[in-house]
Design a protein around this ligand. Structure first.
Ligand code: LFR
Length: 491
């Protein structure tokens, strides 16, 4: 096929979307078909995703797309780590828990002591996030559903299973579980055995671009969809976003900026050194055996939760664009906080937590909403600087330019502050990089001539040229970065 029309289903923690994408050698056109709000729901036993509702929304969007023309394939990507637990006949036993739930508190420490931090890192090469799939599975072992659990499916694989009846584990997302051997590219039998997890939990791995099956008839499935091919994509949203970074050359770092920010570089092989472990960098699988060497450093979640807090308190504020416009007028780096502090992970009153962090660090406490917004953006830009520099140093990569993709690429203040903080150009966009990366991988699998990542990126750059931000001089960045460093290395 020279030109295809595919459904790119991109599920984010705050919104899900079904996009139609036409892809050819010189064409990459994205149209939003259906968008719906998403968010974790506080259930009786924790924060969960209403996955059946998500499934319905996906079906609605995809069938709308199928009603209006040929549909060559469906691909699904979502945030990583979270998963459904199925029994032996394939029924979902519980709504998937959210990684922001507190049930994993303390588990990472326990498992690290049992296995050894070095050993864990030398196998998986993963950042120690408290919510990694492995820690969630250990938490689930204590729940009453555990005796019935037969299989674990990451969210895009679960939705793919519901569409096709075929259960697989797509590689890029499997690599975020901390049960995947980064060097071997296989589930880590060693860890699975050491943790006494049943082997049957883990489905066979597939690469992005594998045809999983076709849509099967079912009570909720519109007949027009039956028979449509379902393809695996780089189903970790970050992996799909990295595919669509419009980079030319290899001297670039990327920031996939959404609910979370993922900051790093692309490498041919994992970096599993002691320094990388201490810096807590992750080695996740990317397209075509590439490695995403990056750190998860919080993100627009901080803004979203702040807005939510102010809305609930009934504060009559201008919308986000208004707040950002006012925040842009404030001096840079007046308050420096560490946005990676784990206390900012759970949902809740983010402005108060941010004020408390500032007070604790001896920084001026932001008082108005505009000041809080500015503190968040300044903090994100500083975290971006720190982690881009670390990614370069730890991997021996010379970085000349930083690409910001995802929703954060539309935040002009954040992009400008990032350029200022790093002292190198920032290229911003596309905002819908994950959906584009999803569609590109499907297109290649369906026969469009896009031999490698370079060809895919070139097509993105030609069709979605990024916006350029140049660093402004004399913003006082070095002093601010030194204050952050002080907070990160307590005496
Ligand atoms: C981004 C993301 C990150 C992952 C976090 C939790 O949407 O997928 O890469 O660390 O969500 O799954």
């Amino acid at each position: 096929l020279e030109r295809v029309r595919v459904a790119a289903v991109d599920l984010g923690a705050t919104s899900g979307r079904v996009m139609s994408c036409e892809v050819g050698r010189d064409r990459l056109e994205l149209t939003e078909i259906h968008r719906f709000a998403n968010g974790a729901h506080a259930g009786p036993d924790g924060l969960v995703w209403q996955i059946r509702k998500i499934h319905r929304e996906v079906l609605q969007g995809v069938s709308e797309l199928a009603d209006h023309g040929r549909l060559d394939g469906i691909g699904i990507d979502s945030w990583a780590v979270d998963h459904g637990l199925l029994d032996a006949v394939g029924s979902l036993l519980h709504d998937p828990w959210s990684h922001r739930d507190s049930r994993t508190d303390g588990i990472a420490e326990r498992i690290s002591r049992q296995i050894g931090e070095d050993e864990l890192y030398s196998i998986t090469g993963l950042q120690q996030l408290p919510f990694n799939t492995v820690y969630q599975l250990i938490a689930s072992r204590e729940s009453e559903i555990w005796p019935q659990v037969d299989r674990m499916l990451l969210l895009p694989d679960l939705l793919g299973y519901w569409l096709t009846g075929v259960a697989v584990a797509e590689r890029t997302n499997a690599s975020t579980t901390q049960l995947y051997d980064a060097r071997e590219g296989e589930w880590s039998q060693k860890l699975i055995t050491a943790l006494e997890l049943p082997e049957r939990l883990f489905p066979p791995l597939v690469d992005p671009g594998t045809r999983i099956g076709t849509v099967q008839a079912g009570p909720q499935v519109p007949t027009g969809l039956v028979g449509t091919p379902v393809l695996s994509v780089a189903s970790h949203d970050t992996a799909s976003a990295v595919v669509a970074v419009p980079a030319q050359g290899t001297d670039f770092a990327y920031i996939s900026s959404g609910t979370w920010s993922l900051v790093g570089v692309e490498l041919p092989a994992p970096v599993l050194t002691e320094q990388a472990r201490r810096a807590d960098f992750t080695n996740e699988a990317g397209l075509d055996d590439s490695i995403r060497f990056l750190r998860n450093v919080s993100g627009l979640w901080l803004l979203a939760q702040s807005l939510e807090t102010w809305r609930r308190a009934g504060r009559g504020l201008p919308g986000l664009p208004g707040l950002l416009a006012q925040a842009a007028l404030l001096p840079a780096w007046r308050t420096v906080i560490d946005v990676e502090d784990p206390r900012l992970i759970p949902p809740g009153d983010m402005p108060s937590r941010i004020m408390a962090l500032a007070a604790e660090a001896g920084e001026p406490v932001p008082e108005t909403p505009v000041e809080v917004v500015r503190t968040i953006l300044d903090g994100l830009a500083l975290a971006y600087r720190r982690n881009v520099c670390l990614a370069g140093d730890l991997s021996g990569t010379e970085i000349g330019v930083v690409h910001i993709v995802g929703g954060g690429s539309q935040n002009t203040l954040l992009c400008q502050l990032t350029a200022d903080a790093l002292g190198i150009p920032v290229l911003a966009g596309p905002a819908e990089a994950a959906a584009l990366g999803n569609a590109l991988v499907q297109a290649r699998a369906l026969g469009v001539e896009l031999p490698d990542l370079a060809a895919m990126r070139d097509l993105v750059a030609r069709t979605h040229p990024p916006q350029r931000y140049l660093p402004r001089p004399d913003t006082g960045i070095d002093a601010a970065a030194a204050r952050l460093q002080l907070q990160l290395t307590p005496a």
